[in-house]
Design a protein around this ligand. Structure first.
Ligand code: SF4
Length: 384
């Protein structure tokens, strides 16, 4: 921290910039009538909590339409807590990182006990302590602090990716170790405005998105330029130090689209304890190193469903990247030869008409398969 400039100077500069340049239109930061809340005024913790979890790995402009649809479908905590997991996953479909949806559903059941069914629309009944929020599945320190400062205007500091970058540059901290990370939290605690915490935290996020961007920050437009050590002494783009991302391992996956004589397709539901639990997918699995992909599909369907199939034409192949790995999918249409399908590696099986597939929550990779299958089955405008 600079000896010359006080914490208050930094807070004031940032808040004045936010007044003019901030994103004052974010829907969950507004009151029900669309106006901006006054200092200290409480706004819906339910709507903010949903938005903050959606924002954990997804950009604001992607989140907004999903959030709007979500709030229409599950307008209150009670609606959400009483919903089936499958409905929750269906509303999440397309946002990715589906464990967030499972955790929101689990958290809604915990919150309804804390808040009370008849009081879920009274923001004063909602938890206000950081530890209470952090005890919910999928809510870390920054998410909890962001919910509390946004909903209740309490001075809880945050440290998301944008804020880490700003403080790393402001104090020329390379952020290469856990000690550096601790130091950034200390800055965040030191700088949070006690007078306008909601605006201050939002101002940091807006500055990180609009001005102090990862590449080519617009330092000439920055309200913190006079206090910024990286700008004054170094090249801000060198802060924080870039980490080399390890190459993601690639795994080959064979998928079988098995039809019955009624033209229905076999889908299976992932066990709830697995990642993407509760979502539906097409059967298949990992290829071993010396196996042909057709053999993989035959073997996997025998192991996972107890059926014998004849592997037919290839429908498509594509790559899909996850956080730590890449999968290469090869999808074949299969003829069901024998055996009654059993959910040996899943929690449920269903035969579904191809037109109905989009009524089920599928991970993004499977959605590609459905689109291609629909095209394939509609060749020459022939209806399914
Ligand atoms: S002066 Fe530049 S590097 Fe420093 S906080 Fe502002 S935009 Fe970021």
């Amino acid at each position: 921290m600079s000896n010359i400039h006080s914490t208050r100077d930094i807070q004031n500069s940032l808040l004045e910039w936010f007044e003019v340049n901030g994103r004052h239109w974010i829907p969950w930061k507004l009151k029900p009538d669309g106006s901006i809340p006054q200092s200290g005024e409480i706004i819906s913790p339910y709507q903010i909590w949903i938005a903050e979890v959606m924002l954990q790995q997804t950009q604001l402009k992607v989140v907004i339409p999903y959030w709007e649809k979500w709030i229409k479908f599950f307008p209150t905590l009670t609606y959400l807590a009483e919903a089936d997991l499958e409905d929750v996953l269906l509303r999440w479909q397309g946002l990715g990182y589906y464990s967030r949806a499972n955790r929101i559903h689990q958290s809604s059941k915990i919150l309804i006990e804390l808040v009370g069914k008849d009081k879920d629309q009274d923001p004063y009944s909602w938890p206000k302590g950081i530890d209470q929020w952090m005890s919910l599945p999928g809510v870390g320190r920054t998410t909890a602090a962001s919910i509390i400062s946004s909903a209740f205007d309490f001075p809880e500091p945050i440290l998301d990716g944008n804020v880490k970058r700003i403080y790393s540059r402001l104090f020329a901290n390379k952020r290469t170790s856990l000690i550096d990370e601790k130091k950034l939290w200390e800055y965040s605690f030191l700088l949070i405005s006690t007078l306008s915490p909601r605006d201050f935290n939002q101002a940091l996020m807006d500055l990180g998105t609009i001005v102090c961007t990862p590449k080519k920050p617009s330092c000439s437009l920055c309200p913190l330029q006079n206090y910024c050590v990286a700008y004054t002494k170094y090249d801000p783009e060198n802060f924080p130090e870039k980490r080399m991302n390890p190459k993601k391992p690639l795994q080959e996956i064979g998928i079988g689209l098995v039809f019955n004589k009624n033209g229905e397709l076999l889908i299976d539901q992932r066990p709830e304890s697995f990642s993407m639990g509760g979502m539906w997918e097409f059967p298949g699995g990992k290829k071993t190193s010396d196996e042909l992909i057709e053999k993989t599909i035959e073997r996997e369907l025998k192991e996972e469903l107890g059926i014998v199939v004849k592997v037919g034409a290839k429908l498509l192949s594509f790559e899909h990247a996850y956080t730590h790995k890449k999968l290469h999918f090869t999808v074949h249409i299969c003829e069901w030869m024998s055996g009654e399908p059993k959910p040996l590696a899943s929690q449920k099986l269903l035969w579904v008409s191809p037109e109905k597939l989009f009524d089920f929550p599928f991970p993004a990779a499977n959605a590609k398969i459905i689109s291609e299958l629909h095209k394939h089955l509609c060749i020459g405008n022939k209806k399914l």
